[in-house]
Unconditional design. Structure first.
Length: 369
């Protein structure tokens, strides 16, 4: 097999994957309408629900798309005509859900605060109280723009008290941060194959309450991203409606197996360890962070850009990239930042060798010292 160098991706997915996940894509050619392939998809759907402990209450619809496709499926399938969607918007991904809903003519009530501010549940409660047409609320669990972990449990509780269903974007938290979907009682959860589950990009999934299936039958706004027809179609035929990314599905199957081998707590412990190594190392180098510690997801750090005249993100990126490390720019946070994420198949030695390389860059450019 072709030799592949291992790269350390510190962008928040698509992530560094294991060699075994990459190798899982090297399979015999198979028509995705064959029963053998249908069985693979069936186990994937079942296991994706298990990751968030949704057995018995939640089911899963798979789509061939990036993460945004799953959000499109959840929002356009769930919100009935004539009703409103309340969106908690404290980052680029909250803002994206607003744009997405508006593209489909869905009325949005927007709770908009600067990227990096913490949502105030009392304000959300007031918005709900003054808009009786809100039927759904959408919130990002881990807002990848800033690294903020939004208070999903409290938001779900407030929404459910008013009979509002909740759509949670768990793109960059699912299979990293332990989630109990029954505890949240969330109606819809969306994530994709290429973040903390550590598979390849190309598949997205909506995990939703089985009891809602009949209710969303008539909501259909999108032909491709309709949860009802995608889910029931698969139940009848064992096939996805439209061509699935076959090799990506095999990689996802392998990634799920590796998730269960590592275990929910094992993965979280590894991620936490990597986060702490990164946080401590960056602090020692003189960097400051956008968020306070208690707001951090511990999956991603938004780091304040140094004001030093020799600092230049692109030059720093290129220096590190040439040495096998990928870093990520900021995305409109309330202060200028760049971002580093520890999601993916990363280990302590990867983080320490990154910190060493970054120190070399800072020293050679006389930044901080
Ligand atoms: C929280 C969140 N939501 C949505 C998305 C969009 O996913 P994609 O770019 O795969 O469509 C991302 C991507 O990073 C994300 O982090």
């Amino acid at each position: 097999m072709k030799k592949i160098d291992r790269k350390i991706l510190l962008n928040p997915g698509p992530a560094t994957t294991t060699l075994s996940v990459k190798e899982a894509m090297l399979v015999e050619d198979i028509c995705p309408r064959e029963k053998d392939f249908g069985k693979v998809l069936d186990t994937i759907k079942e296991d994706l629900v298990k990751v968030v402990h949704g057995e018995g209450s939640h089911i899963c619809a798979l789509f061939a798309a990036s993460g945004t496709g799953g959000l499109e499926a959840a929002i356009t399938s769930a919100v009935p005509k004539g009703k409103k969607l309340l969106v908690v918007d404290n980052g680029a991904y909250g803002s994206r859900m607003v744009k997405l809903a508006e593209t489909f003519g869905i009325d949005v009530v927007r709770y908009q605060i600067p990227y990096g501010d913490y949502p105030d549940v009392a304000v959300i409660k007031n918005l709900i109280g003054s808009n009786s047409e809100i039927s759904h609320l959408a919130v990002v669990h881990h807002e990848t723009t800033t690294g903020m972990l939004n208070p999903v449990q409290e938001i779900c509780d407030v929404a459910h008290a008013a009979n509002i269903e909740v759509i949670v974007d768990c793109m960059s938290s699912y299979a990293g941060i332990p989630i109990d979907i029954k505890k949240w009682n969330a109606e819809y959860l969306v994530s994709s194959s290429n973040k903390c589950i550590q598979g390849m990009p190309g598949m997205v999934f909506v995990i939703f309450k089985e009891s809602l299936l009949e209710k969303i039958k008539e909501t259909k706004r999108s032909f491709y991203f309709d949860i009802y027809s995608q889910y029931t179609g698969f139940e009848k035929t064992g096939q996805m409606q439209f061509t699935p990314p076959v090799q990506v599905a095999y990689a996802l199957r392998q990634a799920i197996d590796e998730y269960f081998t590592e275990g929910e707590q094992g993965r979280w412990k590894r991620y936490l360890g990597n986060y702490e190594t990164l946080y401590t190392g960056l602090s020692e180098l003189g960097f400051k962070f956008l968020l306070s510690d208690e707001q951090q997801s511990k999956i991603l750090l938004a780091i304040k850009e140094p004001s030093h005249p020799n600092y230049n993100f692109d030059a720093m990126h290129d220096y590190l990239y040439e040495r096998g490390f990928t870093i990520y720019p900021g995305k409109g946070a309330k202060e200028a930042t760049f971002r580093l994420s520890i999601l993916g198949d990363l280990h302590k030695e990867d983080i320490t060798s990154f910190l060493k390389c970054l120190k070399g860059y800072l020293e050679s450019n006389k930044i901080f010292g």
